[in-house]
Design a protein around this ligand. Structure first.
Ligand code: FES
Length: 148
């Protein structure tokens, strides 16, 4: 089947009904999307499906037919990082960064829906993204600079 990743069509093998994460990483080499729990609980594998943060590990690839998938690789436009990526880098928030792709995509979707999100809305919006280094306060403080 064909799927749309970062505004480009890809022909992928759906034999054995792979997850979206398996297809992204193993067939298309979009390795920015990370494998964490494999159960839809940690957010490391989140991508945007029609602009909604979605755990790719529990999403059958067949379910994204006709939809637009955005991975972390798709945020950069003409060599420019997204504003969320820039502020998180400028504020030096991450430690190991394993959660970063999923966290960033969730923040992008949240701020698109609620550009003036307050602290509580930011915390609630990123609730499904776990950071093992516990950099939550730094992430929220950085995002507040974009939302105020
Ligand atoms: Fe998909 Fe944890 S790896 S939510």
């Amino acid at each position: 089947m064909k799927i749309n990743i970062n505004n480009k069509e890809y022909l992928v093998d759906v034999a054995n009904n792979p997850s979206l994460l398996e297809v992204l990483r193993d067939q298309l080499d979009f390795t920015g999307t990370k494998y964490g729990c494999g159960e839809g609980a940690c957010g490391a594998c989140k991508v945007l499906v029609n602009e909604n943060p979605t755990p790719a590990c529990i999403t059958p690839v067949t379910s994204v037919a006709g939809k637009k998938v955005t991975t972390i690789e798709g945020l950069e436009v003409n060599g420019e990082l997204h504003a969320v990526q820039k502020i998180l880098l400028e504020e030096d928030v991450f430690q190991c960064s394993y959660c970063a792709p999923g966290m960033i995509l969730s923040a992008v979707a949240l701020l698109k829906k609620r550009p003036n999100a307050n602290e509580k809305e930011l915390i609630d919006g990123l609730n499904g993204n776990i950071c093992r280094c516990c950099t939550y306060p730094a992430i929220i403080n950085a995002l507040k600079k974009l939302s105020q």
